[in-house]
Ligand binder design. Sequence first.
Ligand code: MN
Length: 204
Amino acid sequence: MKYELPQLPYAYDALEPYIDAKTMEIHHTKHHQTYVNKLNEALAQVPEIADKPLEALLRTIDEVPESIRMAVRNHGGGHLNHSFFWTIMGPGSGAAPDEKSKIMEAIVAAFGGFPKFQTEFAKAAASVFGSGWAWLVLDEHGKLAVVTTPNLDSPLMHQQKPILGLDVWEHAYYLKYQNKRPDYIDAWWSVVDWKAVGAHFEKP
Ligand code: MN
């Protein structure tokens, strides 16, 4: 078993009332675990690439043998996206990045202000058709951009570095918010850990 389900850095109920404990537990122990299991099953079929880092496999997804390419794209993307997602949330978070932080300066420079960024990000997240993710990334030119990916696709597949990500699959919100995805998006801002986001941004 190569990949393992990472532990959450907080309890399942730590993001209440914005994200409920039951959703967090199922999302982590069922959905994420399944991506880990299926990624391991796929890589076991092609041992010669199993030692390559997952990030590198996704960046060069077209070079992954066709027999497991879709499995690596979906379950590898699923494992990486969720591992990332857990780290950019936390209890006692929310509001906005520190005024003097590098991430805040970069967001203001790129979007014309923090509220404008939030509006653009929320609009992108709400507009994802079916299942997918909204992201703040550093794009292939090193610029901050809001993008979306379908299903479990990773921004790494497009040579983009994730800075902030939001899972808008129904499994991420349906128990509490049912079909009201915009309400989930609104609530989610209250659990974004901007220190963690800033660390992703500043990490080379
Ligand atoms: Mn998910």
